[in-house]
Design a protein around this ligand. Sequence first.
Ligand SMILES: NC(=O)C1=CN([C@@H]2O[C@H](COP(=O)(O)OP(=O)(O)OC[C@H]3O[C@@H](n4cnc5c(N)ncnc54)[C@H](OP(=O)(O)O)[C@@H]3O)[C@@H](O)[C@H]2O)C=CC1
Ligand SMILES: CC(=O)[C@@H](O)[C@H](O)COP(=O)(O)O
Ligand SMILES: [Mn+2]
Length: 382
Amino acid sequence: MKKINLIGSTGSIGIQTLDVVRSHPDKFSILGLSFGVNIKVGMAQIEEFQPEIISVGSLEVCEKVKQQITYPACILYGDHGLIEVATYGESEVLVNAVMGRIGLEPTLKAIEAGKDIAIANKETLVTAGHIVTAMIEKHGVQLIPIDSEHSAIYQCLHGNIDKEVSKLILTASGGSFRNLTRSELEGVTVNDALKHPNWQMGAKITIDSATMMNKGLEVIEAKWLFNMSYDKIDVILHKESIIHSMVEYIDGSVLAHLGTPDMRVPIQFALSLPERLDLKGGERLNLWEVGALHFEKMDKERFRCLEIAYQAGKQGGSAPTVLNAANEIAVSLFLQGKISFLDIEYFVEKALDGHTPSNDPSLEEIISLDDEIRNKVLSYIS
Ligand SMILES: NC(=O)C1=CN([C@@H]2O[C@H](COP(=O)(O)OP(=O)(O)OC[C@H]3O[C@@H](n4cnc5c(N)ncnc54)[C@H](OP(=O)(O)O)[C@@H]3O)[C@@H](O)[C@H]2O)C=CC1
Ligand SMILES: CC(=O)[C@@H](O)[C@H](O)COP(=O)(O)O
Ligand SMILES: [Mn+2]
């Protein structure tokens, strides 16, 4: 029985993680659980999975959980509670399914506590990939991708990157506005941006997908997960999201991972590996029904955020921290209707232009820079 600590349980990845746990009660159990404010979904999860430790986003939500819970458990809140859940007890693995930089410290503490990390939360790797990977090495635990592209690559690599790999090829759907020109992007709405063609995901990643920043973040995520240089990480447009990513080897062979767009597959793989388990209730890929798969060269002028992310990644040091913090705030402002869609990339670029990257930033420097950039981007609209 693998015991799991899960942070971000009420989100898209969190709910699907619990689906996987529910469908294999003989294989997995939930020891620690954390969510932000969604008390309705969170309470149902608590009662069903009965975790020993729970943490929520605020004191107010914490009080409500204490009133409603029907069994004895440790109930905490805030940043401290999130870390307590991430590091708790005899669990073997932390599933990091929170959105954003908030996932960084719990991940580092869980690594220190000897947990393997199944990571969906790409912002953690973008903002501090050098620190996370150094800690993983130091503590001898595993870092297993959940993000569909990275799980695909991991599976094509059989867990090992070696000198025979010549290229990683990430696929991108193109997002909600893939058929629009840049000038047509000017009047787009939040509602339209939230309509991803292939995946049901949380709001922030759906907007990232529409700006193509998601793929930019994923390029940086791939660099850290697979220790690959940026010139060996490519992105290709593939509108069906059936090929989740590919690995090219030096002899020209290309291995691809295919499947229906269902995040339970990479989540379950990350939790069960090296074993593969039956996916209960999952639709099987029927290529005869799909008919044709399409590919296009990526246009980095049209999808400017991808180019911005490549540049920040190549600059390295503190630049990806700035990229991520600026993007998190810009997307949140867009979702609140305070800025336009194209302002997202404009704000991110402006934050990067005004920053002189420092090499090898420490955790303290990253946290302080992250705060500084968030405030700076907020000041662009005041
Ligand atoms: N969704 C997907 O298919 C994919 C997602 N990812 C990545 O996975 C991560 C999660 O994405 P997704 O599931 O879509 O995001 P969601 O927005 O759906 O979920 C975010 C989760 O984080 C929780 N959360 C927010 N603040 C806190 C807090 N202070 N303490 C504890 N929990 C908190 C939320 O709780 P609450 O809602 O209760 O406030 C929610 O459970 C992102 O990094 C994303 O890029 C990667 C690949 C695919
Ligand atoms: C499911 C998943 O991994 C997302 O990151 C997905 O890839 C988003 O789709 P695009 O970024 O390709 O539009
Ligand atoms: Mn992805």
